[in-house]
Design a protein around this ligand. Structure first.
Ligand code: ADP
Ligand code: C5P
Length: 244
């Protein structure tokens, strides 16, 4: 009997290694579009799997004392406001099955809690959520699925005013000023252009139960394929395409 060729062996090995990796989902969209709400709904529906949520907000850089003094002039919506290298390293480790310590960010003081971290363990599904998670190509390349939550700007601004005044210690004037000066221009320059990388665009965010059901179905199919590959590493699973 002929033995399998080395090429076939290595491709089977690559397949079975890939099969063991967690399924990484990126969820992007403008401020207050409903990203977190959509993630929570996906996590709820996948209650029988190990799913972890990582927020891009956790990787906001600390401000220098000068920047802190003039915080109203700081652009939190520009890609440079984030420590993308740290976020990349974190997702790479999670994708390799390692656990990580994720910083906790406090929006009221514009800074990370210095000595508190959140332990995030290896999981079946990793969801990375944030306004600019599609900006860096290296981060995008780690994602198995990219979702963009598309909600009208007026709805988002109304939600943001309520949320930032109730939960993030802001007053209405400062929210409106920040929105006009930084949030809206950065949405147009960086967030909206990154929508083209999405595999799935969800109109109306958390109100769109049909889209969320379809996404969860797709994730379940992919996780099922992972499980099959783990049990039968020599069996090839035919991939199906997915469109909403
Ligand atoms: P993001 O993560 O994109 O900033 P969130 O999911 O945190 O958005 O939602 C922002 C705010 O809007 C929150 O206060 C949330 O409760 C509210 N919100 C989100 N989705 C809806 C919805 N479908 N209807 C009403 N309020 C919503
Ligand atoms: O939750 P959401 O996606 O809205 O979080 C991102 C928003 O948080 C950005 O639009 C940014 O303006 C805002 N932000 C802030 N103050 C900080 C950090 C971020 O207003 N210290």
């Amino acid at each position: 009997p002929s033995s399998p060729s080395p090429a076939a062996d290595s491709s089977n090995l690559a397949d079975s290694n890939a099969a063991k990796q967690p399924f990484v989902i990126g969820v992007s969209g403008g401020t207050a579009s409903g990203k977190t709400t959509v993630c929570d709904m996906i996590i709820q529906q996948l209650h029988d799997h190990r799913v972890v949520l990582v927020n891009q907000d956790s990787f906001y850089r600390g401000l220098t004392p000068e920047e802190s003094e003039r915080v109203h002039e700081y652009n939190f919506d520009h890609p440079d406001a984030f420590d993308t290298e740290q976020m990349l390293e974190c997702v790479q480790k999670l994708k390799c099955g390692q656990s990580v310590q994720v910083p906790i960010y406090d929006f009221k003081i514009h800074r990370r809690c210095s000595d508190t971290f959140r332990q995030v363990n290896a999981s079946d599904v990793i969801i990375l959520e944030g306004i600019l998670v599609f900006h860096d190509q290296r981060v995008r390349n780690l994602m198995n699925m990219k979702i963009f939550v598309d909600t009208d700007a007026d709805v988002r601004l109304a939600r943001r005013i309520r949320r930032d005044t109730v939960e993030r210690g802001r007053d209405i004037d400062s929210v409106l000023e920040q929105y006009a000066k930084f949030v809206k221009p950065a949405f147009d320059d960086f967030v909206l252009p990154s929508k083209k990388y999405a595999d799935v665009i969800i109109p109306r965010g958390g109100d769109n139960h049909v889209a969320i059901d379809l996404i969860v179905q797709h994730i379940r199919t992919k996780l099922g394929q992972h499980d099959l590959c783990k049990i039968y590493p020599n069996v090839y699973v035919i991939q199906s395409t997915f469109q909403i």
